[in-house]
Design a protein around this ligand. Structure first.
Ligand code: HXC
Length: 299
């Protein structure tokens, strides 16, 4: 990311302690970089230790400060608990959590198995809730304030064909955002969400546009005629996480160049015409990516 395009003053986030789930790669890495650059202590977790180590080394070399990686699969509540114990022992309560970790792939719904559904729902819906619950309980017990931010999509308002487990799970987290904003607001815990449009990342491209599926038609249909730039997403995330925005609570904010208003922002226009052979091919490409990622998890 071009950090010169961050719109905030140096040191804005000094004293903040933020966990970014899925912070080793993709959008999580970009937001982590912005928080670190602005002075926060940043904890990142993900399933691949090698990716976390790489990100910690690269961001420390670029910006200094303190960023720590913890290998943790958020589908496992005990692993979350152990990680959060370690974070608390390393300097006390977190002041912020970014629920960014996700899993997704395009598929016709009739081609999904129960395992396929659970692979997404366990990360996106259950995992996000486990992280929020574990950390929320500690903050309430210690009477500490914090900001929670979840990364969603505009499908929480529209649903989306061909990514039904993701649309269902992210919608559940949208409900969590609104529900806990009210229930836990009295503890000084606030909950907001961002619904990014097209911000191309490796994990997303490999599973949602394998081999360029759908071309860049999402881009062309977007009124701004381009994808989002990472600093634009990071600026919104910093605004929602930084001191000074405490009265913003219970909101889900889209950052998609009005793609949602213009075309619904879903996969339907790009994928509805594909036939059996094309779906077979896409599935094979996605599986290849999943296998490669899995191999890295054991490194
Ligand atoms: C049908 C599939 C499939 C496919 C996997 N499965 N890929 N089914 N079509 N293309 C099925 C498998 O066959 C298996 O079911 C089950 O899903 C679990 O597969 P695993 O590979 O064992 O899962 P796992 O290793 O746990 O990996 C989880 C994952 C993977 C979600 C499937 O994609 C992942 O780790 N993703 C993380 C990164 C990521 O997805 N990034 C993109 C996020 S984009 P069976 O029945 O065979 O056992 C995003 C929103 C973007 O979140 C919004 C844009 C606007």
């Amino acid at each position: 990311m071009d950090v010169s395009k961050l719109m905030f003053r140096e040191g804005l986030m000094a004293g903040q302690r933020i966990l970014v789930t899925g912070g080793g790669t993709g959008l999580g890495r970009e937001m982590s970089e912005a928080f670190l650059k602005l002075g926060a202590t940043v904890y990142i977790c993900g399933r691949r230790q090698c990716k976390l180590d790489e990100t910690v080394a690269e961001l420390t070399a670029l910006h200094g400060g303190k960023i720590v990686g913890h290998a943790c699969d958020i589908r496992d509540p005990e692993a979350i608990h152990a990680m959060v114990d370690t974070i608390w022992a390393d300097g006390g309560a977190l002041t912020g959590v970014v629920n960014n970790a996700a899993g997704n792939f395009i598929s016709r719904t009739e081609d999904l198995s129960v395992n396929g559904f659970n692979a997404i729902a366990d990360i996106v819906m259950r995992g996000t809730f486990y992280v929020t619950l574990d950390i929320g309980k500690r903050l309430i017990a210690e009477k500490k304030k914090a900001s929670f931010l979840s990364i969603l999509t505009t499908w929480v308002w529209s649903g989306s064909a061909f990514v039904v487990p993701s649309a269902m799970s992210k919608t559940a987290i949208n409900a969590m955002t609104q529900s806990l904003a009210t229930e836990w607001g009295r503890y000084g815990l606030r909950f907001n969400a961002i619904a990014p449009g097209l911000f191309p990342t490796k994990g997303m491209s490999a599973r949602l546009h394998p081999g360029g599926a759908g071309g860049n038609s999402g881009n062309n249909l977007n009124p701004m005629g381009r994808a989002g730039e990472m600093h634009e997403l990071a600026n919104l995330a910093v605004f929602l996480m930084a001191p000074g925005a405490e009265y913003v609570n219970g909101q889900t904010i889209a950052i998609d160049g009005a793609g949602f208003q213009a075309n619904g922002g879903t996969f339907y226009p790009m994928l509805h015409a594909l036939g059996d052979a094309e779906w077979e091919q896409l599935r094979a490409m996605i599986k290849g990516t999943n296998e490669k990622d899995k191999a890295e998890r054991s490194v």
